[in-house]
Design a protein. Structure first.
Length: 166
């Protein structure tokens, strides 16, 4: 019995090297503390504390259309987004791969009269199909300013590895 125990102690450290490594996970998080879109614009994303649980992650994605950035979500994930209380001036989010920030944007309500020059997710657009879209600007892409961060190589690799790309 003692030999078996000693053998197990000798083997256990090597077993961790044989376990499959987790794949990169794409997720949308909210900042840990409430902030406005204006405040978010001046934050260093790499130092920004995020909430522990994402709004949605790779496991919640049914398909991601890379060309349009339309995302079909599971019913539970879509319901979480629909239940969010989004202010008229938007609610900042951070798109991450393995909790590392890639870009930021804002959930935006389609009832807002405020324009926004950043990345947006407008929850109510795909209620029948459980589809959301990560878009440029609000109320249209003509309001967007800057470079489009959505076609990020790390995001694409994470979605490809998970088999979510369409």
């Amino acid at each position: 019995m003692r030999r078996v125990f000693c053998l197990l102690l000798a083997i256990v450290p090597f077993l961790s090297e044989c376990t499959p490594q987790p794949t990169a996970d794409f997720a949308i998080y909210l900042p840990a503390s409430q902030m406005t879109v204006s405040e978010m614009a001046s934050v260093d994303l790499q130092k920004l504390p995020l909430q522990d649980t994402p709004v949605f992650a790779t496991a919640d994605i049914v398909t991601y259309s890379w060309g349009t950035h339309e995302i079909k979500l599971t019913a539970a994930a879509f319901d979480r987004i629909m239940a969010m209380k989004i202010p008229m001036r938007g609610m900042p989010f951070v798109a991450c791969v393995d909790r590392k920030p890639v870009y930021w944007g804002a959930f935006w309500t389609p009832f807002s009269s405020m324009s926004f020059e950043g990345i947006t997710i407008i929850p109510m657009l795909g209620a029948d199909s459980r589809t959301i879209q990560i878009t440029l600007g609000y109320p249209s892409s003509g309001f967007f300013q800057g470079d489009d961060p959505r076609p990020n190589a790390d995001v694409r690799r994470a979605l490809e590895r998970a088999g979510k790309l369409k």
